[in-house]
Design a protein around this ligand. Structure first.
Ligand code: UD1
Length: 364
C-alpha cells in the first residue's frame, strides 16, 4: 500500500483534506494517514469541523498550538520530522498556505520524501502576508503542484516551474460543499438565529492586517454598524478577531448594536448554512471568496489584494475598503451586481482527479 500523509493544521485545511481522505480511502492502493499539527485546537476550529466532514480522528496529532511564526513553524518541523523518521510515508500532501503547510513541506523535502502541494500557484504578490511567504516557500520545494485554476499554472510557469510538475485538478473545497450539500440545506442554523434566507449579510474577518490594530479594526466596526442599518448582519468572529475586539474596546459596541449578531466560530455545516442563506458576504477569508463565487453570492473582500483573482474576474467577488464598502453594499441591495460564473473544474470532482494524478505519478 502507498502510504500518504495528509497534513491538516488550521480551519481552512480540513475542508481541503477531507475529500482527498475519502477518495484515497476508496482506492485499493493508497493508505491515507491524517496528520493534525494542532495549529488550531479550539473545538469549533478543529474537531467539530472534522466531525462534520466525517473524517476519523487523526492518526498523528502534533499538538503544536499557538505561538510566534517562528515558534509555530519550528515546533511543527521538530514534531513532524520525528513522525517521518519513524513512519516514513511514500508521499506527503500539504494543503493551503498556513505555517504548518510550509513547515511540513520543508521536513519532507529535506528527508527526500516527495511532497505534493494542494492549492498551489496562488499569489497575492503581497509579501507582508505570512501566507504569501508560505505559498512561495512551499511551491518552490514541493515536487508536485496541484493547482485550482489556470492562473495558478501561469504563476508557477512564470516563476520557472517546469510544466511536468503541475497538475491542474480544480478547487477541492467545492468537493466538501457538494459532499455535505444536503446536510447543509437541512441545517436550521439560520432559523435558530431568527434569520430569513436572502435577507441578511454574513461577515467574517481574521487577517492580521484587519484585526490586529485598533486603527484598522475600528473603521471596520463603524462600517458594519452602518451596514446593519440596511440589513441584519451575522458576524462570525475568529478567536484572533474576538481578541482584537476586546482589546480595543470594540466588542461592547458590536454587542450593543441592534442589528448585529456576533458569534464565536461556527463548525462547517452550520457555517455553510449561514453562507448559503446570505444576501451578501463581507470577508477577508480566502475560502469564502471561492465559496461565494461557486454559490453566486455577492462577496465584498476587505483586502488590498487577493491571491484568488479568478473570483473577481469570473466570480461574484470585489475588493473593497472601509471607504467603498457602503457604496458596494448599496449596489448589491439594489440588484446591481455581476452574475458571476463558476470557474472550470470547480465541480465537486477535484479529489477524484487528484487521486488519478497521484496514482499516475506513483507508478513512474
Ligand atoms: C491561520 C493562518 C491563516 C488562515 C487562518 C484560518 C498562518 C500564518 N495563518 O491564521 O492563513 O487563514 O489560520 O483561521 O498559518 N487561536 C485560538 N484557538 C485556535 C486557534 C487559534 O484561540 O484554535 C488564537 C491563537 O491563540 C492566536 C490567534 O488565534 O492568538 C491566531 O492563531 P494562528 O493559528 O496563529 O493564526 P490564524 O490567525 O488563525
Amino acid at each position: 500500500m502507498t502510504s500518504i500523509h495528509l497534513i491538516a493544521a488550521a480551519r481552512p485545511n480540513f475542508m481541503k483534506v477531507a475529500p482527498l481522505y475519502h477518495s484515497l480511502s476508496k482506492t485499493g492502493w493508497a493508505n491515507p494517514v491524517l496528520v493534525h499539527t494542532g495549529q488550531h485546537y479550539d473545538h469549533n476550529m478543529s474537531d467539530a469541523i472534522l466531525n462534520d466532514l466525517k473524517v476519523p480522528a487523526p492518526d498523528f496529532h502534533l499538538g503544536v498550538g499557538s505561538g510566534s511564526h517562528a515558534e509555530q513553524t519550528g515546533n511543527v518541523m521538530i514534531a513532524y520530522e520525528k513522525v517521518c523518521l519513524e513512519h516514513r510515508p511514500d508521499w506527503i500532501v500539504v494543503v493551503g498556505d498556513v505555517n504548518s503547510t510550509a513547515a511540513c513541506a520543508m521536513v519532507g523535502a529535506k528527508l527526500w520524501i516527495p511532497v505534493v502541494h494542494l492549492e498551489a500557484g496562488l499569489r497575492s504578490r503581497d509579501r507582508r502576508m505570512p501566507e504569501e511567504i508560505n505559498r512561495l516557500v512551499t511551491d518552490a520545494i514541493a515536487d508536485v503542484l496541484w493547482t485550482p485554476s489556470e492562473d495558478g499554472d501561469e504563476n508557477l510557469i512564470a516563476e520557472g516551474v517546469p510544466a511536468e510538475r503541475i497538475d491542474r485538478i480544480g478547487n477541492i473545497m467545492i468537493d466538501s460543499f457538494e459532499m455535505l450539500r444536503e446536510t447543509i440545506e437541512a441545517s436550521d442554523a439560520q432559523q435558530r438565529l431568527g434569520l430569513q434566507a436572502g435577507n441578511f449579510g454574513m461577515v467574517t474577518l481574521h487577517r492580521p492586517s484587519n484585526v490586529d490594530a485598533a486603527e484598522s479594526l475600528e473603521p471596520i466596526v463603524a462600517a458594519l454598524e452602518s451596514a446593519a442599518a440596511e440589513l441584519p448582519i451575522v458576524f462570525v468572529a475568529h478567536p484572533r478577531t474576538i481578541k482584537g475586539l476586546e482589546n480595543f474596546g470594540l466588542k461592547d459596541r458590536l454587542d450593543a448594536a441592534q442589528n448585529i449578531t456576533l458569534l464565536e466560530p461556527v463548525p462547517y455545516v452550520n457555517f455553510m448554512s449561514l453562507v448559503t442563506g446570505a444576501k451578501l458576504v463581507i470577508t477577508d477569508s480566502g475560502g469564502l471568496q471561492e465559496e461565494t463565487t461557486y454559490l453566486g453570492i455577492p462577496c465584498l473582500t476587505l483586502r488590498e489584494n487577493t491571491e484568488r483573482p479568478i473570483t473577481v474576474t469570473m466570480g461574484t467577488n470585489e475588493l473593497v475598503t472601509t471607504d467603498t464598502l457602503s457604496d458596494n453594499l448599496h449596489r448589491i441591495l439594489a440588484g446591481d451586481w455581476k452574475q458571476g460564473a463558476r470557474p472550470p473544474l470547480w465541480d465537486g470532482r477535484t479529489a477524484e482527479r487528484a487521486v488519478v494524478a497521484l496514482q499516475r505519478r506513483s507508478k513512474r
